[in-house]
Structures are given as structure tokens and as C-alpha cells.
Ligand binder design. Structure first.
Ligand code: 4AD
Ligand code: MG
Length: 466
């Protein structure tokens, strides 16, 4: 019989009806079971959640070869596709040849059984992509990244690459990681004894970016509508299930958008992404729903089918004060809302995604457009069930004088901001934007509860091993 030369992905076979034809597949063994006469090998190649059942007639194969086909081993199999007699799959491959690429010693390969805890899998982040769970999550992650580019491309936004290394510390979004080539045990010093950054690589202190927004605004004020999609870094010591030290953020920025337009875009964008996941990741979502979160697709559909409730921070605080609910952090006007407050509004009160606007200016960044009440700014946070804040954004202050006054009030280094202030000096216009935390989105879409489980290699305080 002629052997096929071209490899076929398992995703193309599991729903195929090309019975009687020969195929070549390559992948990793999930399990092998059987008896003296026949071996059943569940093979997965990462292309989809499903395994291909390979059936091998024991007598037809070298004994040692079959002995080495164990969980985790990598093999190539040629065989004939036939309808499956067994339960759990509709097709199987009757093996005519098996080639062993790489063994996986059963005594030491860590992924022997099914049902490892997520905590255990975090300790073997180098191998966890081989599990069904992480295969599903990583495919969904890919699909969401693709959908984000598709959405913006279809809506006339341009992808702007903002810098990872920055010398401005103005965003105020969080503590920064310093980037330096100075010898830390013996840095050069000025006469007054301070570290002499003039001798550092960039001639001044530099950091990893906490957000691409400020540069994104420059792009919007030239190209009209841009988005960034890149890694951002925050050196906060927050060890929570919703914070990473390195996470990916999507930041659209639009000229001529006011806060209402910004909210409309955020809602439409999130709904597009969720609809995309439901349409294109159905098998992976079904697996996660079965294994981890029985309400997953209901929750996704619910968000899709309902308008997000919009109200001001002040109204939100009033609801929380009137609620009589016990919070770890008592509520008062002016405070930064905690996740428990956000989730109360979303999960208990409105039972719906919420967009809170017009926050006290003291708890928001300097660039947000000030309202005429003198107390609040045109901020908007989108709050989601089980997540809390998924998006943070605002209309930006476009008035040079008002912005400069705020910069002075907050004692920010004006000289470092000259390039940013220039957008207000030359051809200023109303503009708005927001930032979506990519991993927060993935928490929502996958139903996972720990943000370390929706990024391949999580970076958190004291953890950058893999
Ligand atoms: O609210 P943030 O800090 O907003 C900004 O950085 C603005 N410059 C965005 C803009 O207007 N262009 O962050 C935006 C989002 C949050 O809503 C959250 O989803 C996510 O980024 N985020 C984090 N995700 C994971 N780990 C962290 N430590 C995060 N901090 C923020
Ligand atoms: Mg925020």
C-alpha cells in the first residue's frame, strides 16, 4: 500500500468521512490502552481538543516499538481512516506503520494521568501546553488575538507599535521595572554621590512601559484611529488571581471620540470578541465548560445579549452605600473601588456588565478630561462578572492650559512630557481611548479563575522561572 508523504492535522480528520483513505499523522501520545491483540493509542497534535484514536494490531508491530509508545511520546502514524466501532469518537486510524520520534520515560514524564490540579500544572509550565486544558486555553488565546486584529482592521484602525522601553514615567499606572546596563554592584556616581544615569545606556533612567497610551495618543492625532497590542509591565507586589507583572494590553485611541463614543466602542468590541469565541472556539469552550465551569457559555451569551448598564461612579457609590452589604473595605465617595465593590454592582445589583464613568479626579490619571464640576473626570471602567475591571479608559483632556495646570498640581515632570503636551499645542482635538487587559478578557472567555492559567508563561512576584 502506498504511504502518504504529507502530514494531515488531526483537526482535519476527526470530523472527516474520507473513509478508506490513507493518512499520515504526527503528534504526542495522550494514552495507550488495549490487550495482547490490539493497542488503542489516543494521539493529539495540538491542532484541536480532540484526540485521534489510532488502532494498532499488536502482532503487526515490533514489540519494543509498541512498548515505547507511551503517554507523552511523539510518533508519526500512517494508516487507514475508518468509522470507529468504539464510543467517544466517530473515526479511527488503523495503523499500518508507526515511527517513534521521541520516547517519554513513564517513570519520569510528569503528565502521566489525567486531572492534574492547576496548581501542579503551574509548576510545570514548560509541559502544561501538552494538557487538554492548556491546549484549549492557548488556542482560545490565539483566536482572541486574531479577532482583536480583525476587529480593528475591519473598523479602519491602524496597529501602532509603541515602545517597550520608555524614559517617561508619567502614566502613573503603576510601579515600573527599571532597564539599565549599569553595573549594579558598582554604579558610576556623580560628584554628589547619586547614580550617574548620564552613563547609562540611554543617558537617563529608563523603564519597561506600563501602557502604550501616551504614544498611542500621538498616533491617533495623526492617523485618526490606532490601537496598540503589546506587553506591558507593572512592578506592583500584588499577588492576586487577577494581576500579572507582565501582561498584554490592547489600547485603541481615537481622534474625535467623546466618552459616549468610547463606551460604545468598548461594548461593541467586547461583544464582537465574545461572539467570535462562541463561533470559532466551540469545541475548546465545550471542554472547559464540562471540566471547569458549567455556566461558561451561558455567561458569554448573557453578556452578548444584554446592553451594558452605564452609570456614574457617584451613583455606583450610592448604590453600594445603600446596599447594606458588608465589605472588607468600607465604601466612601472618593475611594478607589475594590474588586469586591465592582463585583457587587455587577453580580448582585445589576446582574449585568456595568460601565462606571466620571470618577473622582484624585484617583485617576492626569490626562483624563476634567468635568465642569471640578471634582470628577471623564473616566470609564468596564466591569465584568467574576472579573471586576476588564477595561479602563477615558476621554482625554485636550485643552493645553487645563492639562498643564493638572500636571503642575500633581507635580509631574513637565520637561519629560513636552512631546505629549505638543499634541495639545498643535492641532488639538477631542479624543478618547481605553485599555483592555488581554488576560482579564481571557479569564472571562475561558472561565478560568487564576490569571496565571491564561498566559503561557506567567510573571508574578518571585516567579519568572520558565
Ligand atoms: O486601568 P489601566 O491601568 O489603564 C491604563 O493603563 C490606560 N493607559 C489604558 C488606556 O486608557 N489606554 O489598565 C487597563 C487594563 C485594566 O482594566 C485591566 O484589564 C488590565 O489593563 N490590567 C492588568 N491585567 C493584568 N495584570 C495587571 N497587573 C493589570 N493591570 C491592569
Ligand atoms: Mg484601571
Amino acid at each position: 500500500m502506498e504511504q502518504p508523504q504529507i502530514r494531515t492535522k488531526i483537526s482535519e480528520l476527526v470530523y472527516s468521512d474520507a473513509f478508506g483513505q490513507n493518512f499520515l499523522v504526527k503528534g504526542w501520545v495522550r494514552t495507550k490502552r488495549g490487550n495482547k491483540h490490539v493497542a488503542f493509542i489516543a494521539l493529539n497534535d495540538g491542532s484541536c481538543i480532540h484526540n485521534l484514536q489510532v488502532v494498532a494490531d499488536v502482532a503487526a508491530f515490533d514489540e519494543e516499538l509498541l512498548r515505547n509508545v507511551t503517554t507523552g511520546a511523539c510518533v508519526a502514524v500512517c494508516g487507514k481512516l475508518v468509522p470507529s466501532q468504539g464510543q467517544g469518537q466517530s473515526v479511527e486510524l488503523q495503523a499500518t506503520s508507526i515511527y517513534l520520534y521521541g520516547k517519554a520515560d513513564p517513570d519520569v514524564y510528569p503528565l502521566q494521568k489525567k486531572g492534574h490540579s492547576l496548581e501542579f500544572l503551574r509548576e510545570i509550565a514548560h509541559l502544561r501546553p501538552r494538557t487538554q486544558t492548556f491546549g484549549a486555553i492557548l488556542r482560545i488565546r490565539h483566536a482572541m488575538a486574531f479577532a482583536i486584529h480583525k476587529y480593528f482592521n475591519d473598523h479602519g484602525f491602524f496597529y501602532l507599535h509603541t515602545p517597550i522601553i520608555t524614559a517617561s514615567d508619567c502614566e502613573g499606572a503603576g510601579a515600573m521595572f527599571q532597564v539599565t546596563t549599569l553595573n549594579l554592584s558598582e554604579p558610576p556616581r556623580t560628584e554628589s554621590g547619586e547614580v550617574d544615569y548620564a552613563q547609562d545606556f540611554f543617558g537617563k533612567p529608563a523603564n519597561l512601559t506600563v501602557s502604550g497610551q501616551l504614544e498611542g495618543e500621538l498616533g491617533a492625532m495623526a492617523l485618526g484611529a490606532i490601537y496598540t497590542f503589546g506587553p506591558t509591565f507593572r512592578a506592583e507586589n500584588s499577588n492576586t488571581p487577577r494581576h500579572l507583572s507582565e501582561f498584554w494590553m490592547i489600547e485603541p485611541e481615537m481622534a474625535f471620540y467623546e466618552i459616549q463614543d468610547n463606551m460604545d466602542l468598548a461594548e461593541d468590541f467586547l461583544k464582537f470578541l465574545i461572539a467570535y469565541a462562541l463561533e470559532h472556539c466551540a469545541d475548546d469552550l465545550a471542554f472547559l465548560e464540562k471540566m471547569y465551569d458549567a455556566e461558561l457559555t451561558d455567561r458569554l451569551r448573557f453578556v452578548l445579549d444584554n446592553r451594558f448598564v452605564r452609570l456614574s461612579y457617584t451613583e455606583g457609590v450610592e448604590i453600594l452605600l445603600r446596599s447594606g452589604a458588608k465589605f472588607e473595605f468600607p465604601v466612601s465617595w472618593g475611594m478607589d473601588l475594590q474588586s469586591e465593590h465592582e463585583r457587587y454592582l455587577v453580580e448582585q445589583h445589576f446582574r449585568c456588565p456595568v460601565i462606571l464613568t466620571d470618577y473622582p479626579k484624585e484617583i485617576k490619571a492626569f490626562y483624563m478630561k476634567q468635568n465642569t464640576d471640578g471634582k470628577t473626570v471623564r473616566a470609564m471602567d468596564v466591569l465584568f462578572p467574576k472579573i471586576g475591571e476588564i477595561i479602563g479608559g477615558s476621554q482625554r483632556e485636550e485643552d493645553l492650559e487645563v492639562l498643564q495646570r493638572r500636571v503642575e498640581e500633581l507635580d509631574l515632570p513637565q520637561k519629560d512630557l513636552w512631546w505629549y503636551l505638543d499634541t495639545r499645542r498643535f492641532g488639538s482635538a477631542p479624543h478618547s481611548g481605553f485599555g483592555l487587559g488581554f488576560e482579564r478578557l481571557l479569564l472571562f472567555v475561558t472561565g478560568m479563575v487564576n490569571i496565571r492559567d491564561v498566559i503561557p508563561f506567567p510573571r508574578t512576584p518571585k516567579n519568572a522561572d520558565f
